[in-house]
Design a protein around this ligand. Structure first.
Ligand code: ATP
Length: 239
């Protein structure tokens, strides 16, 4: 089976500080994968390595059949990888509309396509229609996370990288966001790479889990298998 994203022996470093060591992982086209691990394990760095953002990498990264390691961040986004970074990365002084239009910019979408995509986003996140002309900075944390996801989707990505979308949000909002991620995956065939601290939540969403410890993949498999592991239960599920 061909994979949408494939990392082969990826090292990543901030200057002289090595963070990732020989990371290999795959995401099937249409797949949903979670990257779990303790604070500082290198989850955020893995997403940054994929996007070639502020970290020096070695090794092979393939997306949709071609090498993307070494490409500029913008070219990687244009190739079809949408990144929702830690802290969401929305432009707080711009309106919801402006944020969403910026998301569409890289995809060079026509006005018609943008209008269609905006309607889709309003379907997933009705609150964005209600807040369309409001400054993004005035939205609640949950609404900002929804905006960040919608903005990434406006770029029509085949793969969405999500860095802790649950961070700082009330459980009920998180449930809502994860429910919508499932719908987006099903309806748009968008693959998802999810970084999460909350393993329980991640296990419910994804079909495959990778566990990172100090920059290395220590285990991977379907959530049912990973959740059955005694160490994982103790470290990540509080059992
Ligand atoms: P967290 O949940 O805390 O974000 P993480 O698994 O995402 O954890 P990373 O953010 O990828 O971890 O960080 C991995 C390691 O790299 C940590 O030891 C961190 O201190 C280090 N690190 C992260 N960013 C930088 C940077 N810009 N310069 C130097 N070291 C960094």
């Amino acid at each position: 089976m061909s994979h949408l994203l494939e990392l082969r022996g990826v090292d990543a470093a901030y200057g002289a500080i090595a963070v990732l060591r020989g990371v290999s992982l795959e995401i099937a086209d249409g797949g949903m994968v979670a990257l779990l691990g303790a604070n500082g394990a290198g989850k955020t760095t893995t997403l940054r390595a994929i996007c070639n953002m502020g970290v020096k990498t070695r090794g092979e990264i393939r997306f949709a059949g071609r090498r993307i390691d070494g490409l500029a961040t913008e070219a990687i986004a244009r190739a079809g990888i949408g990144h929702v970074p830690e802290g969401r990365g929305t432009f707080t002084s711009l309106s919801v509309e402006e944020n969403l239009r910026l998301g569409a910019y890289l995809a060079r979408a026509s006005e018609r396509r943008i209008a269609d995509d905006l309607e889709k986003m309003f379907g997933y996140f009705p609150v964005l229609r209600a807040r369309f002309h409001q400054q993004a900075g005035t939205l609640s944390g949950g609404e900002q996370q929804m905006l960040a996801i919608a903005r990434a989707l406006m770029g029509q990505p085949r793969l969405l990288l999500l860095d802790e979308p649950s961070f700082g949000l009330a459980p009920i909002i998180v449930q809502d966001i994860f429910r919508i991620l499932r719908v987006i995956n099903r309806e748009q065939h968008t693959s998802i790479l999810l970084v999460e601290q909350n393993a329980r939540l991640a296990f419910e969403l994804v079909d495959r889990v990778y566990l990172l410890e100090t920059g290395r993949v220590v285990t991977s498999g379907p959530p049912s298998q990973i959740a059955a592991d005694e160490t994982v239960r103790r470290a990540y599920l509080g059992q």
